[in-house]
Design a protein around this ligand. Structure first.
Ligand SMILES: [Zn+2]
Length: 87
């Protein structure tokens, strides 16, 4: 149980992981390219792809990176966010 899904299958292979690790230590104290706030130790950071996925923007807050990725999808999914109230 609790077997982790392969990160390679999700499009984040070994090269990405190695690059992320190398950049992570250097990223703390720098400003997030998405929200312009400093990236602090203890915060979750992602290696942020450019929008066309041809390269990397550098490190960004994981929350900022994922919000940017979700923004496009939200346009189509907004209806599904309504909660079902059976009570
Ligand atoms: Zn940020």
């Amino acid at each position: 149980m609790a077997k982790r899904k392969s990160t390679t299958a999700a499009g984040y292979g070994y090269a990405h992981q190695a690059l992320r690790r190398a950049l992570l230590a250097d990223a703390y104290g720098k400003h997030c390219p998405r929200c312009d706030l400093p990236m602090l130790p203890g915060q979750s950071l992602d290696l942020d792809h450019t929008d066309d996925r041809s390269g990397y923007n550098g490190m960004a807050h994981a929350s900022c990176n994922r919000a940017a990725g979700a923004r496009k999808r939200n346009a189509q999914r907004r209806k599904t966010w309504s909660t079902s109230r059976n009570w």
